[in-house]
Design a protein around this ligand. Structure first.
Ligand SMILES: Cc1ncc(COP(=O)(O)O)c(C=O)c1O
Length: 407
């Protein structure tokens, strides 16, 4: 993304031209940013024997998956559907780890048939379906009982969360697994999203390493994702160089002291894709009859649910006129919900009907959380590489709304 002649453009194409070509609204991703973020992570953890698994729940477009495959990444999958997409993108089964909650028997059968290692998330899973894991390699998701994350919905590592086995439950898991001759090759944790400092990660790493001592068969420790990016100029981001060096040091010291050879794994989503993505939308109405000016667009919470779901802030810029007389406005979508607000009290260069707005940080948990609520179709997605846009998912058509009908 760059600014030229007071307009936002991608390569040499203005945001407006992209909407003319691909229709509005439109998700735009920049490949250069995906590569840059991946390299930043690799560099930050350069002192460890590291595997990066892209948490593809953040963005599961198959062309984005292929970018990460070509960079050498693996995949953190959350469902059989994500495993399917990862295999279609060309990942090998051994590059994929499934970390899911509340899997059905059919889900487990599907992924085991594809030779994917599954993270054991709870005891019921083993009591009900333990025999499916007979002779298999498995990993265990540990809940280290640590509160971390930028919003209560983003905390996943505390005792009362639905995720993972608390440490006291691990002996029972082992008992059930050994009944079926399953081997524990990995321990996993993901304590939350939008974690800014190394503190909580080191604390949880210590807890998981303490458990590690009881398993001789381990090959890897996966400490999850959760690294934060900036949503606006004054926002903070994870000091990834600091986290990478501190975690690597602690991990290496443990391995040396205990004479263990283990691989460190991380599974970031947002850090890798958030900043690469933008949602472009056209202004459809300006309403000023009440106390505020309300700018209505042709997208909404159906395409980007984060503001409504987490009260998340996404920077919004008038791509048609970046600098101009500023107005305080509320930017809303076209969905029949009062929560359908994309930005409150935004100071932006006075938008007019027909202008193009650019919503930032839309690369993670944007399209992948989108829906057809209100029977609004999903937008197209394009990937810009070396300044050239390429369609990577077509816009839905009205007929697509009927595609699951039985006849
Ligand atoms: C198990 C697991 N791993 C990794 C991630 C990625 O988190 P983030 O996008 O914050 O890096 C998530 C996010 O929900 C997750 O649940």
């Amino acid at each position: 993304m760059n600014i030229a002649n007071n307009k936002i453009q991608f390569g040499k194409h203005t945001a407006e031209e992209l909407l003319d070509q691909f229709g509005s609204p439109l998700y735009v991703y920049e490949k250069e940013t995906l590569v840059r973020q991946y390299e930043r992570l690799k560099d930050a953890f350069k002192d460890s024997d590291l595997s990066i698994l892209f948490a593809c729940k953040a963005n599961s477009n198959i062309e984005i998956l292929k970018v990460f495959k070509n960079l050498g990444s693996g995949i953190d999958a959350i469902s059989p559907g994500e495993v399917f997409l990862a295999l279609q993108a060309g990942f090998k089964p051994e590059q994929i780890l499934l970390t899911a909650t509340n899997l059905t028997r059919e889900d487990i059968e599907y992924v085991l048939d594809k030779n994917i290692i599954v993270n054991i998330d709870n005891i019921s899973m083993l009591e009900e379906h333990g025999e499916l894991f007979a002779g298999r390699e498995v990993s265990i998701r540990i809940n280290p009982d640590i509160r971390a994350g930028g919003h209560s919905y983003l905390e996943t590592g505390h005792r009362d969360s639905k995720f993972g086995l608390v440490i006291e439950e691990t002996p029972r898991a082992i008992e059930l697994l050994s009944k079926h001759d399953a081997t524990v090759v990995g321990l996993h944790q993901h304590i939350g999203s939008d974690i800014t400092d190394a503190g909580s990660l080191l604390e949880s790493l210590d807890k998981i390493l303490a458990v590690t001592l009881t398993y001789d068969s381990l090959r890897f420790i996966d400490i999850g994702g959760g690294f934060k990016v900036k949503y606006h100029e004054d926002d903070s981001e994870t000091d990834i160089a600091d986290v990478g060096s501190k975690v690597s040091r602690r991990f290496n010291e443990f391995c040396q002291k205990n004479n263990r050879t283990l691989r460190l794994m991380i599974e970031p989503g947002k850090f890798l894709v958030s900043e690469s993505g933008f949602l472009l939308t056209k202004v459809q109405s300006i309403k000023g009859s009440g106390k505020k000016i309300i700018v209505g667009t042709d997208t909404g919470m159906n395409h980007l649910i984060r503001p409504a779901l987490y009260n998340a802030y996404h920077k919004i810029v008038n791509a048609s006129q970046v600098d101009g007389i500023r107005e305080k406005v509320e930017i809303v979508g076209n969905i029949c919900e009062s929560a359908d607000v994309l930005g409150q009290e935004r100071d932006i260069s006075g938008p007019k009907v027909g202008d193009t707005l650019c919503i930032f940080n839309a690369g993670s948990y944007g399209y992948s959380m989108a829906s057809t609520y209100n029977a609004r179709m999903l937008p197209a997605e394009i990937l810009v590489e070396n300044g050239t846009p390429r369609l990577i998912r077509r816009r839905q058509q009205l007929e697509d709304l009927l595609c699951f009908n039985p006849d």
